[in-house]
Design a protein around this ligand. Sequence first.
Ligand code: 2YJ
Length: 273
Amino acid sequence: MNLTRLTEKDIIGLDQELVSYSRDLLKKTGMTLREIACFASGVREEEFLRAGEKLKVAVVPITAGLGIIGGFVHSVQDIIRFLGFETVITRGTDVDGFYQAAHQKADIVFMADDNRFIALNLHNGFIADNGIATGRGYVAALHGMSRGLKEKKVLVLGAGPVGRASLEFLQELGAQSAIYDTNTLATVDIKNQDGVTIESDLDQVLIRYPYLVDATPQGSFLALEKLHKNIMVAAPGIPLGLTADTYAMIEERVIHDPLQIGVAVMLALASKD
Ligand code: 2YJ
């Protein structure tokens, strides 16, 4: 698996910046973080607000594998709080932390190791996976930014869990979707899906797509001259695939964050009855 491990640098200051982050998101997409989470998860906003009043969330620090990432659990907690849910970080870590969460009657438990980041609903056993939530959340944001994706041409870069979840949601929304992966074998099983185009020559086709979902772990490979003139980009991948110059020029048409959208959608998915 080619998962990007977040670093302390990616998330530093995230807590203080949530208000401006959210204002920015609203300006770009016409949707708040809560609206994006609800749209991506199929939860009505009133329902989500009500869940926030009654459900308790615990975040468990996980030391397994490469261990704790400075600021990670706090950032997750801040995002969940920002959305109106009571949230604690358990004192214990790993299994001990999970025990404490259950013991303190948490309704939802967030935890991440090097391979997976989940939110588990302790009542119904539902697990919201960060990869799926992130894919759906970024497509929701792109839906807002484009004022609806129906019949729009969207290219997904990367056929990993995030790219696949994006593609699935794009199909649900009636977009004209396509996918590209540097490894042609990664898209073989997608070939027979109705209406999905598999692209193989990125340099050739990039310019034809006004909407991109960059779900690759590859940095700095998308330069402005290769992109559609009205390009809008949802970029869950870390590091950012756009070159720094390109990003500076089209920033108001780019959605990119280290955690917020993914965590918000996980919360909405895990808060369903
Ligand atoms: O609890 C901690 O501080 C750490 N164990 C957090 C680890 C965070 N995990 C990652 O960043 C992994 N790359 C998870 C990938 C899931 C992506 N869908």
